[in-house]
Write a new protein. Structure first.
Length: 186
């Protein structure tokens, strides 16, 4: 089976990843099972865990450190909601909305700065820094070492969105989709 069957010239993988044939077939099988009620939850749960373990191997972390959810915003929302009211969160001013709105809708002091100034904006008042390793709008690569060092120095929570970076950047760890053949609302 040819794994990928794009229309010739299709290069829009930053917007949504097209599925390999194996993933497409597995999805059709799951939809058929769901439609006809031929299985329980168990196998769907097991396949989710197989995907969790495979992703963990891909990015070099333990499977139990990988959370599975429907979207980046959904997974970040409880993190944002867990911060005490008034906490200061530094975010790049061009950040993708899924890593911006979860902070803005809570009672937090969100400070936005140009991506190149994120590390310098982290100080003793900073409780968290949330940024993309690679900006979806511009392709700008974050100064990860400087941001991590500043966050560690000041004890700030570090939230790195690696959606556009996993597969392309050496120092990536957390979740990804666009270059990993998953559909996305973008
Ligand atoms: C940097 C970044 N974060 C997150 C997402 C997707 O977020 P969500 O899963 O909340 O739709 C995208 C999609 O393009 C993205 O580029």
């Amino acid at each position: 089976m040819r794994l990928w069957e794009p229309e010739p010239g299709w290069l829009n993988s930053a917007s949504y990843g097209i599925p390999p044939g194996t993933a497409f077939e597995a999805l059709q099988d799951a939809l058929a099972e769901w439609r006809h009620g031929v299985t329980g939850w168990d196998e769907w749960d097991r396949s989710t865990n197989r995907a969790r373990e495979a992703f963990a191997r891909l990015v070099g972390v333990a499977g139990e450190d990988v959370a599975v959810g429907a979207s980046a915003a959904q997974l970040l929302a409880p993190v944002a909601a867990s911060l005490p009211a008034g906490s200061r969160v530094v975010v790049p001013d061009i950040e993708q909305t899924s890593n911006l709105f979860p902070w803005l809708v809570n009672d937090l002091d969100v400070v936005t700065v140009p991506p190149a100034e994120v590390a310098g904006a982290i100080d003793g008042r900073t409780d968290a820094v949330a940024f993309s390793l690679v900006q979806s709008a511009t392709g700008e690569v974050a100064a990860i070492d400087e941001v991590v060092a500043a966050a560690r120095e000041h004890g700030a929570l570090l939230v790195a969105d690696a959606t556009q970076a996993v597969g392309g950047c050496r120092s990536t760890r957390p979740g990804s989709l666009c270059w990993r053949c998953r559909p996305t609302s973008g």
